[in-house]
Write a protein that binds this ligand. Sequence first.
Ligand code: HEM
Length: 496
Amino acid sequence: MPGPRGPLGLGNLYQYLPGIGRYSFDELHRSGEDKYAQYGSIVRETMVPGQNIVWLYDPADIATVLDDRTPGIYPSRRSHTALEKYRKDRPNVYRTAGLLPTNGIEWWKIRSELQKGLSSPQSVRNFLPATDKITREFVTRIHHMLKDSTQDAQNADHVDGVLMEDFMPAISRLNLELICLLAFDVRLNSFSEEQMEPNSLSSRLMESAETTNSCILPTDQGFQLWRYFETPTYRRLRKAQAFMEKTAVELVSEKLLYFNEDQQRLASGEHGSKSLMEEYLRNPNLELNDIIGMAADLLLAGVHTTSYTLAFALYHLGRHATTVQERLYQEAKAILPDPRGSRIGAAVLGSEASYCRAVLKETFRLNPISVGVGRILNRDHVLGGYQVPRGTVVVTQNMISCRQEAYFRDAGKFIPERWVRETREPVNPHLVLPFGHGMRSCIARRLAEQSMLVLLLRLVRSFEVEWAGTVPMDVKTKLINQPDQPIRLRFKLRPK
Ligand code: HEM
């Protein structure tokens, strides 16, 4: 199989070393593109002797791997190996290493229980009123900021808009607030003066999640020296995880403390909805340390994934203000005739937000937060005409394939219309897979989609958003793809 093996077959890892190689772990999409151009639609890269990755670009091969439903065999991934070590070294806190690195039957035992309160359409719908409420508060906050900065509240509607130098911290705080409310029934008040301080709980949580994510790729690849002694990258991961773990333990303990009281109030109908942790604590098949592991995973995976996706969506909307954004505004206006008074209900979100869904899907086509999906082959496969043995690590290259003219007309252009029923184009279903695929796909997919739809509808209903940053925006691959620049947006109030 074609692909780089490095000098004398000693591996290609040196190409990723800063200042030496032509690739970078921060720009995996570029190396993915380069390998596609050089070697074609299937590439075998030897990182270090004995450690190969097979990169797949052809949707037919991607389907072969992701649709493998051999009975009794569970989809496996090789990722978060240093996180696995960190958790396995602490058996007093964790029973398993959690969903992200665990494989096999052990993975399914926890996944099948943890997904109960999180993945079903009904549980996600239950979270909608709280999501809509917090998002409304967020939009009101922007309103006030706009009015304050225009000084004259009366004329606020007529000014040329207010420039936000970087909208990313605000979106991240919103998503942290949402995940803590839905998971723990806790309001962090992430926008309070106290929480805006760099040493506050919310600031440190966001930073720790980002640090952990940035340590995953460098620790997964190469010689994994951190298995023998504490490397600087492992130390950064350990410290970040220690903080997230402490927070997860505190939040779960607090839930446990009031668990019985909450159950009584729930039974009397006084307490509105259950948080995810309550759901887990009531599950006799879950142990407390499974729940702590999941709480830490939610804090790790729940904030930047949705925040970066929203940032990419706002970039595209801001660049297409008179076309795409205008059409989305018309949809948002129909759903929210009174931007402050109207509520977003589940039925409306399901049936009337089709253009907003198309905007999100097109955002995922061009800017997925992960370059593709990783799997360890559970059996031998023929891929691209080559025999690939069981145990091989394969990574699909959906992000690169989704940008090819071979698969999409005007592939570089942002055209949500390709996903709208009346104008839909035929597309291979294994190309746009932002949440992965099959039983191992993202456990929070519906929840994430719901909160992103609510924010996009509410934002575009109230403001005209214009992109004021550099074009085109590129990404840095820190395990998840992050915008390579601040989210510089100009907001203009829309008429009521
Ligand atoms: C834009 C939003 C998000 C995207 C695009 C996304 C994407 C993904 C992807 C690609 C995977 C790997 C799937 C596979 O291997 O087939 C994954 C797994 C996972 N995601 Fe998400 N995610 C998002 C939001 C979230 C949120 C909000 C949470 C938590 C609240 C979350 C928690 C997880 C967990 C725990 C896993 C591991 C699942 C397992 O291995 O069983 N994700 N996600």
